[in-house]
Design a protein around this ligand. Structure first.
Ligand SMILES: CC(C)(COP(=O)(O)OP(=O)(O)OC[C@H]1O[C@@H](n2cnc3c(N)ncnc32)[C@H](O)[C@@H]1OP(=O)(O)O)[C@@H](O)C(=O)NCCC(=O)NCCS
Length: 189
């Protein structure tokens, strides 16, 4: 399955009127993403699936882009990274019909509809790739993120004990939510 990301950047407007550009991530974004990650509050870093403050982790992310197992949309405002959305999928396993979504919005840009617009882009991308369900993984204590994903139409699917270990070595439960993109029509979110 090939990712069919938009070839040209998409200009959107947030609820506060801020103009944001959505475009595919490239290898040239790696250093700026590490800087973006290092500007995040500790509470955000604790909940990140990958510790993207580490350059090697971002290099691995770039390799996944090149291997086509991951697509990433970067949101940019005033030349700064405002956030990103990832669609990750396994092409050959028995979960090849699933995609995993990860969204991170910089604290200054939250609550303005950017997460929703990025999710919509990922849903359309997933549908166009022939995927049927989008999975989101988070810790139960991420109440705001869970509420956000419920607003986006995700349903809770499973709660797995101690399935996550954070960057401080602490284990946490893992909550899995899912959204069906079969028959998705635009605009849905
Ligand atoms: C979760 C996150 C992606 C939301 O991004 P955002 O740009 O603030 O979200 P939006 O402004 O687009 O809001 C989307 C919907 O969720 C709702 N929402 C947003 N934050 C919420 C909160 N803390 N509590 C309840 N609802 C919330 C909004 O009202 C909106 O619904 P509506 O459009 O029906 O009004 C962002 O807070 C974030 O990056 N958090 C840290 C990383 C994370 O936890 N990612 C999720 C796991 S992959």
């Amino acid at each position: 399955m090939q990712h069919t990301q938009r070839a040209s950047p998409l200009l959107i407007s947030l609820r506060n009127g801020l103009a944001v550009t959505l475009r595919p991530m490239s290898a040239f974004d790696a250093n700026r993403l590490v800087s973006f990650a290092n500007s995040l509050p500790a509470s955000d870093l604790l909940h990140l699936r990958m510790d993207i403050t580490q350059p090697e982790v971002v290099r691995q992310w770039v390799r996944q882009l090149e291997e086509n197992t991951t697509a990433t949309i970067i949101a940019e405002a005033d030349g700064q990274i405002a956030g990103y959305a990832i669609l990750h999928h396994h092409q050959v396993t028995w979960q090849r019909h699933l995609g995993e979504i990860r969204i991170l919005i910089g604290p200054a840009y939250r609550g303005q509809g950017l997460g929703r617009q990025l999710a919509r882009e990922i849903f359309v991308l997933a549908r166009d790739m022939g995927l049927s369900r989008i999975v989101a993984q988070m810790m139960p204590e991420q109440k705001g993120a869970i509420a956000t994903f419920e607003h986006l139409g995700f349903q809770p699917e499973a709660l797995l004990s101690d399935f996550v270990i954070d960057r401080d070595g602490q284990t946490h439960d893992l909550m899995i939510m899912a959204y069906d993109v079969t028959g998705l029509t635009e605009p849905t979110v």
